[in-house]
Design a protein around this ligand. Structure first.
Ligand SMILES: [Zn+2]
Length: 409
């Protein structure tokens, strides 16, 4: 069932009439129709499909499958009926601009620097080409962008021609062809000859402009992002919005933004350094205060304390600092949050009790989990009791272990 492709006769056709030759559901229960002729471009050749309406019903996808050009519709229309098709023109024109812009940019890179385009992608927001080079300088990118935009300003015609495989030898093509018959050439005379099945405007001027955005190194090539036509203005608006917001937040004009941010970062680093110093000092004071309330049990000392919403990292640091100074001490910290009870326990080198073991014995009472080693362990569980009761429970386990150890030795 061959559909006549009206977009190859007139790429500016935005409205057409056609007959529905087939109406059916595909394997995934999506309704589609096949028409005798259509201006809807199906996904292919790197160009996304058109959208629009058939008899005011939304066409959300157009694909060529099993030799059929399928229009996927939100609601069914019967086979044999006549319909009016309407192309979402903004979307199509955007695709034509991006696609033709890609041809121009690819040609400019190859002519100017000898970098071939390996593949391209026309995305929803950005387009990209993969260039056969491992590096690209800023100056080179700017120069190629300039040449590409010159091609646009000079407003060269963009022609298409159907040729046979014999005729193809007369043209110096940009890329090897993937098809051998029904070859469609897209030509910018004296500049670019390409086998391509996509839609393009009839002259380079309609691309509007090309803007290279950024590029990144892939394994063996460079992926370069760009936009054409209306998307250039859109990018400018977005970037300008961001700059305006930053100039007001940083109280600096556009050209002063980078130094202003650098100053800010330096100040932040300085403050972080000062903050770390202060915290260390504060911990020292805290330790001294805690050490005044040690509980002595048969030659060992236990230090316990409970906290609310304290950082576990900080409590671990605090416990480590204490056992480093006081090798005969066991530290028991409990931290209470909105819905959890957390524990940090640590011991000095000289003690015969394993903190990991202790935690495994103490945590089940709050359905808790945790782990660590003999010297320090941490964990947490549900808030099933007041923190003071949980502390008493852990304390009992510790005292019991210490007593056992003393009896055994
Ligand atoms: Zn093309």
């Amino acid at each position: 069932m061959v559909t006549e492709k009206l977009f190859y006769q007139d790429q500016y056709l935005g409205r057409f009439t056609a007959n529905v030759m087939k109406a059916d559901y595909d394997g995934s229960k999506q309704f589609y129709v096949v028409l005798d002729q259509t201006a809807f471009y199906p996904t292919g050749g790197g160009q996304p499909h058109d959208t629009g309406t058939l008899n005011d019903i939304e066409v959300y996808n157009v694909e060529e499958i099993d030799g059929e050009l399928r229009h996927f519709l939100r609601e069914p229309i019967p086979s044999g009926s006549e319909c009016v098709g309407e192309i979402n023109w903004e979307r199509r024109m955007d695709h034509m601009q991006q696609h033709a812009g890609q041809h121009i940019l690819t040609a400019a890179f190859e002519e100017e620097l000898g970098y071939k385009t390996l593949s391209f992608h026309l995305g929803e927001e950005l387009c990209s080409i993969d260039l056969a080079t491992e590096f690209l300088t800023n100056d080179d990118a700017i120069e190629v962008e300039k040449i590409a935009n010159l091609m646009i300003i000079e407003n060269h015609p963009i022609e298409t021609r159907w040729v046979t495989s014999e005729e193809i030898g007369h043209y110096k093509l940009r890329k090897e062809l993937s098809v051998t018959d029904n070859i469609r050439l897209v030509i910018i005379p004296d500049f670019d000859y390409n086998g391509c099945g996509g839609t393009h405007p009839s002259s380079t001027g309609q691309v509007g402009s090309i803007q290279v955005l950024h590029w990144e190194k892939q394994k063996k090539h460079i992926r370069l992002y760009f936009v054409c036509g209306r998307r250039v203005r859109k990018q400018l608006h977005v970037k300008h919005q961001i700059i305006r917001s930053l100039t007001s937040k940083l109280s600096a004009p556009q050209e002063e933004l980078v130094p202003a941010v650098n100053r800010l970062l330096e100040e932040m680093n300085e403050m972080e350094r000062a903050n770390t110093e202060l915290r260390t000092k504060l911990l020292e004071y805290e330790i001294n205060e805690l050490m005044e309330n040690l509980e002595e049990i048969r030659g060992y000392s236990i230090l316990k304390n409970t906290y609310h919403n304290r950082s576990m990292t900080e409590l671990q640091q605090l416990a480590k600092n204490i056992i480093a100074q006081s090798v005969g001490t066991i530290v028991l910290f409990i931290n209470e949050t909105a819905d959890k009870l957390q524990v940090v326990c640590a011991r000095g080198n000289e003690l015969p009790i394993s903190m990991n073991q202790l935690l495994k014995q103490a945590l089940p009472i709050v359905n808790g989990k945790g782990g660590g080693n003999d010297l320090i362990a941490q964990g947490g569980g549900e808030k099933l009791m007041p923190s003071v009761d949980f502390m008493n429970h852990i304390h009992e386990v510790v005292v019991e272990s210490l007593m056992n150890d003393i009896e055994n030795s």
